[in-house]
Design a protein around this ligand. Structure first.
Ligand SMILES: NC(=O)C1=CN([C@@H]2O[C@H](COP(=O)(O)OP(=O)(O)OC[C@H]3O[C@@H](n4cnc5c(N)ncnc54)[C@H](O)[C@@H]3O)[C@@H](O)[C@H]2O)C=CC1
Ligand SMILES: O=C(O)[C@@H]1CCC=N1
Length: 268
């Protein structure tokens, strides 16, 4: 892609997306310009990826054909106020901030602007991200397809109505954190049984990776895949019963409900 991609904020998520785009060869490093206030982070990013960096967001805004806002929601307004007069007329703004939707972004820019609301996740860093995209009506089909291709270069992407973004935040934006907790807990249990810590993380993580691939690649219901592991009177069903007794499923459902609620609350 020959367009200039600008990042405002290069933290966990901005950095993961930027790395994903470069690794996938979608964008040449010289076509990426990154704005952040953290000079150390900028220096490291420049050294590692060869992208252009600046502490002046307006420099990014002036050049970017696609401007990715990956700053925290609490500074959203002040950051947009600082750069809105510098953006190109035809810029496509991609916003990934939790709880910050299309309408608020349009209002903050104060004019007709192309906005795509995206909820990505950090596995983008290793080419296995999941992103949902919702465009406003100013974004052309080609521009949306270009954005989808960007996110598909480091994972999977789906176009969804913006009304689902709070749920998306719970199911794929935030969920890597719950999965990491699950892996950590499984590894702790393995260490308790005497397995060395490094091997425990590898075994737990590979079991999660393989199980996820089975869901995606076999097309079988997750319940049927679970049943394939549970021998009658065997070891697995003992573990399953203990998880059910301790409310494993309802804990996950409740966690995702409060996550989506929080996203809704942040949009008000
Ligand atoms: N971390 C995650 O897994 C995901 C995060 N998001 C969203 O991405 C956004 C960023 O989150 P993270 O990357 O986790 O945060 P972060 O704190 O890691 O990164 C934010 C970056 O913005 C920089 N920054 C602060 N003030 C700035 C300013 N005035 N101008 C330019 N840069 C500035 C910080 O120095 C930092 O590098 C948030 O809105 C969050 O809701 C969305 C999906 C997943
Ligand atoms: O915790 C957060 O607010 C962000 C949104 C999705 C993942 N991290």
């Amino acid at each position: 892609m020959n367009k200039i991609i600008g990042f405002i904020g290069c933290g966990n998520m901005g950095g993961a997306m930027m790395a994903g785009l470069i690794k996938a060869g979608i964008s040449a490093p010289e076509n990426i310009i990154v704005g952040d206030l953290n000079e150390k982070r900028l220096e490291e990013t420049k050294k590692e990826f060869g992208v252009r960096v600046t502490t002046d967001n307006r420099e990014v805004a002036k050049e970017a054909d696609i401007l990715i806002l990956s700053i925290k929601p609490n500074i959203y307004k002040v950051v947009i106020d600082g750069l809105k007069d510098s953006v190109k007329e035809d810029v496509v703004v991609i916003t990934i901030a939790a709880g910050k939707g299309i309408k608020e972004t349009e209002e903050l820019f104060g004019r007709d602007i192309k906005v795509i609301k995206v909820m990505p996740n950090t596995p983008a860093l290793v080419g296995e991200g999941m992103a949902a995209l919702a465009p406003n009506n100013k974004v052309t089909k080609e521009e949306l397809q270009e954005a989808v291709s960007m996110f598909e270069s480091f994972g999977q992407a789906e176009i969804l109505d913006e009304k689902y973004m709070d749920a998306v935040t719970a199911v794929s934006g935030s969920s890597p954190a719950y999965v990491f907790m699950f892996i950590e807990a499984m590894a702790d249990a393995a260490v308790l049984e005497g397995i060395p810590r490094d091997k425990a993380y590898k075994m737990a993580a590979q079991a999660v990776l393989g199980s996820a691939k089975m869901v995606l690649e076999t097309g079988k219901h997750p319940g049927a895949l679970k049943d394939m592991v549970c021998s009658p009177g065997g070891t697995t069903i003992e573990a399953v019963a203990a998880l059910e007794e301790r409310g494993f499923r309802s804990a996950v459902i409740e966690a995702m409900r409060v996550c989506a609620d929080k996203s809704r609350e942040m949009s008000k």
